[in-house]
Design a protein around this ligand. Structure first.
Ligand SMILES: [Zn+2]
Ligand SMILES: [Zn+2]
Length: 713
């Protein structure tokens, strides 16, 4: 486990006291000024790792609160209310190892508020465990001295939910529920029963104080006397009383567990709740657990059941909220859940032109997203597969992997994007799972989560979403298949981007441009004043030139066999160009020997030609030069050089998608483009309209002058 070195503030209103990795996600402790209690309050927050952008709060710190508020409408949250003497940490420490992995599986956050104000100068922690600090009882005190700050009802019922929704985007649209233990069970039941109908998706409790105004409950009488001036006022905070008065049941079911050996059973009176439920017709499951006591051993034994109980109801609420917001704002709502018939360019066989066909695109399944493809840029990998050079290429298939899309609908459990979002499909996914050693490592972007099925042209469940008009399946390609008006991709392959950059430009970040930039910035980490050589000045090579210039390289040598490629390279920052076909010595002798004494610091192969890869390595600087392979070589080809080249200090490496972690980094590149610090317009040399023009775009790409041909659908 790791704890952040220093507290940091994602917004002026709150401070992250600590952040720890726990089984299933991240556990934060957050302190914020509370208007209801008038003092600072601290709460715990467990976030499943699937909500990566919330889980890694520091990663999104630089974003405006507005952006954060807009993006995570329906992340569900269970409130855990603790019992007497507890603070915000007891549950996390004692029951967290059981509750957090379960919440991660259910896809819900858990928020753990404190049980009373603690920074209240008027209340000293006297030797009373059932009054004052640690014993707020989830009421708004009306009697001095507690009335100044002891307003735990307002804090838990209103202020904290609003804070979570507005600042962290958690629990919006009623995607929140209540659970608690002992005094917290009382809080969960009473807050949920007092709230407007539907304001909480579910409620359950472990060993709750069910009837605190009863003569037998010393805790309730003492608290209500001190905080509210008498037991009678406490009837507004008594679960058995509140439930018995309701005309109809507020929940589909309420779940309660208690231990038969609970030493405080006479204070809890679970049977009073059973009776009240019967009166109003509320379904109540009340489990008497044989031999258990009142402790956290009891809580942690049954908390998993409670988390699952909440998970099922919160997910239902989440789906309802998504459907409601789609109906209001989503122009695609009419197609959600149904197959879509649309046009696609189908690759029927190698070396054959693509066929314009009507295809059926099935709705997204769990963890999947269906997108409307707005535009697609041709990349050489598509052409390479179509030309039959990839022996593992599958047919019939729908190619295309450099696209700009709008989310049409999402499958079950998808929360990171919603209809209307702009996304870039990424053939390198980012699952963010704690168990994914690749996603967890800062050294790589190669998430293998769906690698097996993606390589076989299938969705993660082993099936396809495309059918031709005869009902025969069509394979997917690189997890993207964007030569179709609609496609289905995995949620973990969706990079959600700003709507401020037209998709015709943003699509370029789906492959080539991103790869070239990342090779420079991530894979090689080119430093200011470095010298660089770039072999092959297509779109990827030009992105390398551009990235090297931005990194501060002092000399950038562009190498190609087509001098027509030189003017754009020089415009982007190349300082020298070489037509290697016109040399009478090997290009490596020319660069390392004639142009420089020992070679250049960094070299990049963007050709896919293994002979060029060797030349590229051999003109890397003696002692420290690094050569990076970016181009995809033809199947079966091998690289070679003399080992002496490496012994004398050269490093040979390669990159995929430029080492960028796709879902985290593509949105940042898009933002840089919006900000004007990363122009990409110069890559778009050809545009076409209609998916049917894709063959024309391929012809253009085969011609020498094309960098990127963008087809608008
Ligand atoms: Zn590509
Ligand atoms: Zn992963």
């Amino acid at each position: 486990m790791t704890t952040t070195e220093e507290a940091h503030a994602p917004s002026p209103s709150h401070v992250i006291l600590s952040t720890q990795r726990v089984d299933g996600g991240i556990y934060h402790r957050i302190k914020h000024p509370s208007s209801s209690t008038g003092v600072h309050m601290t709460f715990g927050l467990f976030v499943p790792s699937r909500y990566a952008d919330i889980a890694s709060i520091d990663a999104t710190m630089d974003e405006s609160r507005t952006t954060r508020r807009g993006r995570k409408d329906n992340v569900p949250v269970m409130f855990w209310l603790s019992g007497l003497t507890c603070d915000d940490t007891n549950f996390a420490q004692k029951a967290g190892p059981r509750a957090f992995p379960a919440a991660s599986r259910e896809g819900i956050c858990i928020v753990m508020p404190d049980t009373s104000p603690r920074d209240d100068p008027s209340i000293h922690n006297v030797d009373e465990y059932d009054l004052g600090i640690g014993a707020g009882f989830y009421v708004d005190a009306t009697t001095a001295p507690y009335s100044a700050h002891y307003r735990m009802y307002s804090y838990v019922a209103h202020e904290l939910p609003t804070f979570l929704a507005d600042v962290l985007g958690i629990g919006r649209n009623g995607c929140r529920s209540l659970c608690g233990h002992s005094m917290g069970g009382h809080g969960a039941l009473t807050i949920s029963l007092r709230g407007p109908r539907g304001s909480w998706a579910a409620v359950s409790a472990l060993a709750p104080i069910c009837h605190p105004t009863s003569p037998g409950c010393a805790w309730g009488r003492r608290a209500f006397d001190a905080y509210l001036g008498g037991v009678e006022a406490g009837r507004e905070h008594d679960a058995a009383v509140l439930l018995g008065k309701l005309a109809e049941p507020p929940f589909d079911e309420i779940l309660v567990d208690y231990g038969t050996n609970d030493e405080f059973l006479t204070y809890l009176e679970p049977m009073s709740l059973v009776d009240a439920a019967r009166v109003c017709g509320q379904a109540l499951t009340c489990n008497a657990r044989d031999g258990y006591d009142h402790s956290y051993h009891f809580v942690s034994s049954f908390v998993e059941n409670h988390v699952m109980f909440h998970g099922a109801r919160l997910r239902k609420r989440q789906a309802e909220a998504s459907a409601a917001s789609c109906a209001l704002s989503n122009p695609y709502a009419t197609t959600a859940g149904r197959p879509i018939e649309c046009m696609a360019m189908v690759a029927r066989a190698p070396k054959m032109p693509l066929c314009l066909e009507t295809v059926i695109v099935d709705p997204p399944r769990a963890g999947e997203v269906r997108v409307k493809v707005i535009c697609n840029a041709l990349c050489h990998t598509d052409v390479y597969t179509l030309d039959g050079l990839d022996p593992e290429g599958l047919f019939p298939s729908i190619l295309g992997h450099e696209a700009g899309c709008i989310v049409e609908s999402v499958g079950e459990g998808v929360t990171s994007v919603r209809p209307g979002d702009h996304v870039i499909p990424c053939y390198t996914p980012q699952c963010c799972k704690p168990s994914c050693v690749f996603c967890q490592s800062p050294k790589t972007n190669l998430c293998p989560e769906i690698r097996g099925t993606q390589g076989r042209g299938l969705m993660p469940d082993g099936t396809t979403r495309f059918k031709d008009k005869d009902g025969k399946p069509i394979y997917h390609f690189m997890g993207c298949s964007t030569m179709c008006e609609y496609s289905v991709i995995a949620e973990i392959s969706c990079a959600k981007i700003s709507k401020d950059l037209p998709l015709e430009k943003a699509c370029l970040f789906g492959c080539g441009v991103t790869t070239g930039l990342g090779a420079v910035w991530n894979t090689c980490k080119v430093e200011p004043n470095s010298t660089v050589a770039v072999f092959g000045l297509g779109a990827v090579g030009l992105a390398v030139v551009q990235g090297a210039k931005m990194a501060g390289a002092s000399r950038i040598i562009g190498v190609d066999i087509n001098p027509d490629k030189f003017p754009p390279a020089l415009a982007l920052g190349a300082t020298d160009t070489i037509d290697s076909s016109s040399l009478d010595v090997p290009v490596q002798s020319h660069i390392a020997g004639t142009m420089t004494q020992w070679g250049v610091d960094y070299t990049f192969d963007c050709t896919g030609n293994v002979h060029v890869m060797r030349a590229s390595l051999e003109c890397a600087h003696r002692g420290w030069g690094t050569s990076c392979i970016i181009g995809v070589a033809a199947s079966g080809h091998e690289i070679c050089t003399r080992p002496f080249q490496l012994v004398t200090g050269r490093t040979w490496k390669g990159t995929a998608f430029g080492g960028f972690k796709s879902r985290r980094d593509v949105p940042r590149l898009v933002q840089q483009c919006i900000d004007g610090t990363l122009p990409v317009d110069h890559f778009i040399t050809h545009t076409f309209d209609g998916v049917g023009c894709t063959n024309d775009a391929i012809d253009a790409l085969h011609g020498g002058s094309c960098l990127r041909a963008v087809v608008r659908y």
